[in-house]
Design a protein around this ligand. Structure first.
Ligand code: ZN
Length: 186
């Protein structure tokens, strides 16, 4: 999203993941970006957003519509309208603590399965934490956790349990490629 100020990322129930230019510009590795995508896809797989939308008056119609729109041809007016409505709902969404922890776990699995170094998600949490401070404006990631240090600690514990002998060398951070592909576009 062409928003140079709001540090945020979120996903729609249909699987589309959005990241703001402000957040992207603060990243410096593919592993960090994989951390964003993995966490947001975790919300999709866990159906957290779908459950949230279903609880509102919008009901399941919007959830289904977003699913259809995701498989629709891009550019149609109907799709754009549905997506805009869903984005409105999701952009300020506050997930519960359990949802966030599940997404952290799933995101960790996804990014390491894709051979990215999980240090990226820890760095991401620190980046998001330092980006906080605006009045009431918190990135989706940080919306429910009063103490981000606890969450970073849990991620570090997860990494140490999965890789007691250290993170294998095949898990890359992808800093050079990130700088080449993303850095020059910002
Ligand atoms: Zn989240």
């Amino acid at each position: 999203m062409r928003d140079p100020q709001t540090v945020n990322a979120f996903a729609l129930p249909g699987g589309q993941v959005f990241i703001t230019a402000a957040l992207l510009s603060r990243l410096n590795s593919e592993a960090q970006l994989a951390g964003v995508l993995g966490h947001e896809v975790g919300h999709v797989i866990g159906r957290h957003g779908a459950e949230h939308l279903a609880k509102q008056q919008l009901g399941s119609a919007l959830v289904n519509a977003v699913g259809i729109a995701a498989s629709d041809r891009p550019g149609s007016g109907r799709q754009a309208a549905i997506l805009a409505q869903a984005v409105n709902q999701m952009v300020n969404l506050k997930y519960g603590r359990d949802d966030e922890l599940e997404s952290d776990r799933l995101g960790f699995q996804f990014m390491t399965a894709a051979d990215y170094n999980p240090v990226g998600i820890v760095e991401l949490m620190k980046i998001l934490n330092s980006a906080r401070g605006g009045a009431g404006e918190q990135p989706e990631f940080m919306s429910t956790h009063p103490n981000p240090a606890n969450r970073i600690e849990q991620l570090v514990t997860m990494i140490n349990q999965e890789y007691p002998n250290g993170v294998p060398g095949r898990l890359q951070e992808g800093k050079d490629r990130f700088a080449q592909i993303v850095g020059r576009r910002l």
